[in-house]
Design a protein around this ligand. Sequence first.
Ligand code: TRP
Length: 326
Amino acid sequence: MSGIRPTGFLHLGNYFGALRNYVKMQESYTCFFMVADLHSLTTHPDTKELKAHVHRVLAENIASGLDPDKAALYCQSHVPETTELYLYLNMLAYKGELEKTTTFKEKARLQPDNMNAGLLTYPVLQTADIIIHRASLVPVGKDQEQHLEMARNFVNRFNHRYGEVFPEPMAFNFGEELVKVPSLDGTGKMSKSENQHATLYLADSDEMIRKKIMKAQTDSGPTEPGTPKPAYIENLFLLMKLVSGADVLESFEQAYQECRIRYGDMKKQLAEDMIAFIGPIREKAEAIRNDHSYLRQVMEKGAEKARASSGATMKLVREHMGLNYY
Ligand code: TRP
């Protein structure tokens, strides 16, 4: 089970860091992938753009390989059982631990005028998302580790008080290191919030991709064999490794080692390979985004699967909690 916040455009980092993991998981596990529209209300109370964002995130995920026939792909608000469980879990979550959460402290700093209770209990809702399916594997990045640790605490408190209902959820990736996709400016990784010109989005036009890559920093190249690559050059090689053929990568590697590399040529090649990679995803996503009846079908089918699983869990929860009076 995992959740995706509908607050923007998916980029290459999301694709290689998260999505590709989901696509692999859907082949061998029962999967629930959810658009976290309720979570987005904690930071984005203005809902004018919400529908468009939900449609975009669904379309981009499907275009990248998520299959609504294999996994349950649904919207959080379509599964009201989640909010019921969230309420019960709130009675097992303490103010002190919630206030200590890193993401809460960060958001309190970013939006001091809107430190709402939803923000404080964000990890409780996230726990409800996961355990409503009694899920144990949660493909997420490092930034979500603390939320998962809190989820395990809430689960253990529930099980201890009311009886064993939930397994402990664990962060999951496919055995390999999560791929970090470097940004084009040589600092850090691609990110929604930081330097947008150094991030490649799945919705970028061919021209935009070319422009961003051609603007990436380079220098006049090494003059002595064995010179280590500066970070901004290493990043170009890393990106090339993700989207170019092994032979192409090898030929530029060799050119670098032999001090005859021309970064202009390398960036041109990288741009064309990137376009060949992103272009088809972008076009597929756009077609899906414009097909409202298909999107509706996807959401309905996803909600149906998610509600079947959630309904069964809530029955168990109410019984264990003693909320059955007949
Ligand atoms: N908090 C996650 C994020 O910021 C999104 C999320 C919501 C989530 N519910 C979840 C992730 C359940 C995993 C499981 O990206």
